[in-house]
Design a protein around this ligand. Sequence first.
Ligand code: 1GP
Length: 243
Amino acid sequence: MNTPSIYQDIIKAVSEEKKLLAVLIDPDKFKIEAVSRFIKKVNRTLITHVFVGGSTVDEFATEILVAKIKAHSTLPIVIFPGDVSQITDNADALLFLSLISGTNPDYLIGKHIEAVSKLKNSSLEVIPTGYVLIESGGQTSVEKVTRSKPLPRDDKQRIADTAKAGELLGMQFMYLEAGSGAMHPIPAEIISFVKQELNIPLIVGGGMRSRSQIMNAYESGADLIVIGTAFEEDETFFDQLRK
Ligand code: 1GP
């Protein structure tokens, strides 16, 4: 039997025009006792993936959180790492993010080299992913942590060319990021402009707080949407996304 592949499942879903939705759980913002109640709510929604990660996470917090999520859900768990310490074998896959919108070598290749000793003996599915940070109305924690500038939102050609360069380098997913808790999500016209250029799945996240924003992003070409803050701030948001 072939090993199940998160990447192949996403490719299949995209080819069938199914839209995907991930809840992002940040180990630093989440009390472990709250996980089972939270995940039970997730299980009643259209959410298809659980992403786990954050900008500044204590060592082992991710591992403990992933084990707890697994106990309550069969959804695929994907590590969306802010740092090497967040890589854990317990999860199903890892977005191996390269911050291609910036010029900080640590986040283009440096952290990846550090991660190799963990990954080479691991069964974690590693998915090379281009990560493109776009200006969203204020400084976000990803900008602070990575000490890199987002791409200006009025330069959609530069954004699309950056994403395309990532695809040509062999990245398997492209992630357009406004930043967690962003004031403004990625505009529809940027999503559709980038989507026209790409032949790989397009992930979009940052600052989405309503069902209509999610639907707009899907209509513009997002294949997988990531939402964290809206669920952290108001769990009744799950009710708008019921199966
Ligand atoms: C952050 O794109 C994700 O990396 C989700 O952002 O927390 O604003 O939903 P929010």
